[in-house]
Write a protein that binds this ligand. Structure first.
Ligand SMILES: C[S@@+](CC[C@H](N)C(=O)[O-])C[C@H]1O[C@@H](n2cnc3c(N)ncnc32)[C@H](O)[C@@H]1O
Length: 225
């Protein structure tokens, strides 16, 4: 697919602290459990060595959700996409220690991964939990949820596939509802057209932080038409 490289990124790579174990994980485990980024479409059955439902999580952070889901649902294949090296290392250590064979990690910008590597209509679910809210107005263009992004996600989902999101930033929840509500490719799974009840998902690091700060949490779910 000939998608132009997007110029505005939804993240800024921080040179945060990385532990020795995380560095080892990036060196030794990424070659085992990672999928290198490239500009050609993946054969996802070949990647996992089996045909199974596929869930892709964007910006998995430390991997809290990814690891929990992959442990609970071994019959599903999970692809996690993240750019923050310490978080990727943390997640890989869990994949190794739990012996999970149904997780693969791509250490690259999820927008490019979706556009270049993930085949059309190949995913059962796309998850994006607590994406960076970019609260300042001049930074809103950095929010990952944008109309073109919604179209891209929709194109990678199978018909009937689910796009699940959560945020603890109310204005971002309103933004998501507006962008996804305007999309022709999605139907809101909430009967009233707003947020859904919190599904039984793992409490992530960023969700805990938001709750400590007294933020409400908003879950959204859309169905690919
Ligand atoms: C606020 S954190 C939330 C992490 C995790 N989902 C959680 O709830 O703990 C947002 C994460 O998204 C990642 N991220 C942002 N834009 C991304 C992109 N375009 N591709 C991949 N990861 C991205 C960041 O590196 C960061 O780890």
């Amino acid at each position: 697919m000939n998608t132009p490289r997007h110029a505005i990124r939804s993240y800024v790579l921080r040179t945060g602290r990385i532990t020795r174990a995380q560095t080892r994980a990036l060196e030794e485990l990424l070659p085992r459990f990672g999928i290198p980024y490239s500009e050609s479409l993946l054969d996802l059955d070949a990647v996992f060595g089996r045909r199974a439902p596929r869930v892709l999580e964007i910006g998995f952070g430390n991997g809290d959700t990814l690891i929990e889901l992959a442990s609970k649902t071994p019959a599903t294949n999970f692809i996690g996409v993240e750019v923050h090296p310490p978080g990727i290392g943390h997640c890989l250590l869990a994949v190794e220690s739990l012996g999970l064979s149904n997780v693969r990690v791509i250490a690259h910008d999820a927008v490019e991964v979706l556009a270049q590597q993930i085949p059309p209509a190949s995913l059962d679910e796309v998850l994006i939990y607590f994406p960076d809210p970019w609260p300042k107005k001049r930074h809103h263009k950095r929010r990952i949820v944008q109309p073109e992004f919604a179209t891209l996600v929709a194109s990678r989902l199978k018909p009937g596939g689910r796009f699940k999101l959560a945020t603890d930033w109310e204005p971002y929840a309103a933004w998501m509802l507006e962008v996804l509500g305007a999309s022709r490719e999605f139907t809101n799974a909430a009967p009233g057209g707003g947020c859904v009840d919190r599904p039984a998902r793992e409490m992530t690091r960023f969700e805990s932080r938001g709750r400590r700060l007294g933020h409400a949490v908003f879950d959204l779910e859309y169905i690919r038409r």
